[in-house]
Design a protein around this ligand. Structure first.
Ligand code: LRH
Ligand code: MN
Ligand code: MN
Length: 425
């Protein structure tokens, strides 16, 4: 199924209320010196990759519940990203996980992507599960395994993933390792780190020249005593050991409680080493909940640092933005629409921060003013700006309302059936 611009325009209906809301906000912001036109353009240009594994009702490792009309193959997943992009005009990229979503028919997959204006962003390898047909098991690790043959198999898998990505036009490989231990004494920390560094270097040196390597970290889970790439510092060290085109990837859920993620973002960007971002939200750990559902203010503070870094750290590359959220109780497309909206909202609010006034207040040690400046931006209802950005590209005034009024899920069920189970996670 594909949504046409006409269908979306008809779902949008009369835009008079939007015009009034937008004009009110635009006048107010203009009076305080904001260039509203360029702000709307920044929002319209901001694209986030949808992970192929979030399109089915995947959910948690404890249970999967079949969802109606969910995609059964990669082509159908690409169709779903097309629907999301048509509505939101923000989901112009997809991030594949291999082998969960290894293309069978490259031409068909590329054709769907082109038709929907979608590009292939960072591609993800998977050495945290045993793959059918593989000679060795990753039970005791992959890139950090004590056994050279197992490490070589894991390196080769990553190289294979790059070859797949090359056929699609991806330009970066994301690695996330489950390697670690669940009990003290199980493994030498130093040897595991050294093996991981060597394996990462092997992957990095085989990369095409215009590719980059994104190294994701996570403090615990699935191992519960130690994880080899446990934090941003370890990832940063490994990226430096690889070379200029290796970077750290921050997944919002991969931190110990109360970690100051915005400061990590600032530190990495100052060193030109923040390469990618996985958005989600959490209450406890790596909960992978809808972006902005639990801690929207924290997300805003993170975006404040991202905006600052994008303006002041030209040596930092353009970031690979991706959603990494999945659970099993919402319609996955509605959930992704909510995540995309939350990301845009946090970005818009961060763009509204009066940076000149903020640095002046910082120099004057006016702590109260500093907080007021941040919260003035945060308290602004930016939704009319998001609407304007979407409308400027032919998207929906309200993607969620349009999704429901156009009966997208009902149509997908008609096409694909009631009892469907997505591939992947
Ligand atoms: C690990 C992770 C990583 C994987 C994805 C499925 O927790 O965040 O990015 O590739 O989940
Ligand atoms: Mn992740
Ligand atoms: Mn995760």
């Amino acid at each position: 199924m594909q949504l046409t611009k006409d269908q979306i325009a008809s779902a949008n209906g009369n835009l008079n209320d939007h015009e009034a809301d937008f004009n009110y906000l635009a006048n107010k912001l203009s009076r305080s010196g904001t260039d509203v036109e360029s702000l709307v353009k920044s929002l319209a240009d901001f694209q986030v990759a949808v992970p192929s594994w979030a399109l089915g009702a995947g959910g948690t490792r404890f249970g999967r519940f079949s969802f109606h009309g969910e995609p059964g193959n990669l082509e159908q997943k690409m169709d779903d990203v097309g629907i999301l992009h048509a509505l939101t005009q923000t989901a112009g990229a997809v991030s594949l996980h291999i082998p969960w979503d290894t293309p069978q028919d490259y031409a068909a997959v590329k054709q769907i992507a082109n038709r929907n204006g979608i590009v292939f962003d960072a591609i993800n390898s998977n050495t945290f599960q045993d793959q059918p047909g593989s000679k060795y098991s990753y039970k005791h690790g992959s890139l950090a395994n004590t056994d050279e043959a197992i490490r070589a198999q894991a390196v080769q898998h990553n190289q294979e993933v790059v070859r797949i990505g090359e056929k699609l036009g991806s330009k970066s490989l994301t690695i996330w390792l489950a390697d670690g231990t669940s009990f003290p004494g199980q493994r030498s920390f130093q040897k595991a780190l050294a093996q991981t560094e060597k394996s990462c270097q092997e992957i990095y040196t085989a990369l095409p020249e215009d590719w980059s390597l994104l190294i994701e970290y996570k403090p615990y889970e699935p191992n519960f005593y130690s994880t080899v790439i446990m934090d941003w510092g370890t990832s940063f060290m490994l990226a430096n050991a690889c070379g200029d085109r290796a970077y750290t990837l921050v997944d919002l859920g991969h931190h110990l409680p109360n970690t100051n993620i915005e400061q990590i973002v600032a530190t990495l960007m100052a060193k030109g080493k923040l390469g990618g971002f996985h958005f989600n939200d959490s209450k406890y750990g790596d909960d992978d909940l809808t972006v902005g559902s639990i801690k929207p203010y924290a997300l805003f503070l993170i975006f404040n640092e991202l905006v600052y870094g994008m303006r002041h750290n030209p040596e930092n590359p353009n970031l690979a933005w991706m959603i990494d959220a999945s659970h099993n109780i919402k319609d996955p497309l509605e959930d992704l629409i909510q995540s995309l909206e939350a990301i845009q909202e946090a970005y818009a609010k961060a763009l509204l921060i009066d940076q000149i006034a903020l640095s002046e207040a910082q120099l004057n040690h006016d702590v109260v003013k500093c907080q007021e400046i941040l919260q003035e931006a945060y308290r602004t209802d930016v939704r009319p700006l998001l609407q304007r950005a979407r409308l400027s590209r032919g998207g929906a005034l309200s993607p969620l309302a349009a999704y429901r009024s156009l009966k997208v899920r009902e149509n997908l069920i008609r096409e694909r059936g009631m009892h469907t189970v997505a591939t992947g996670l």
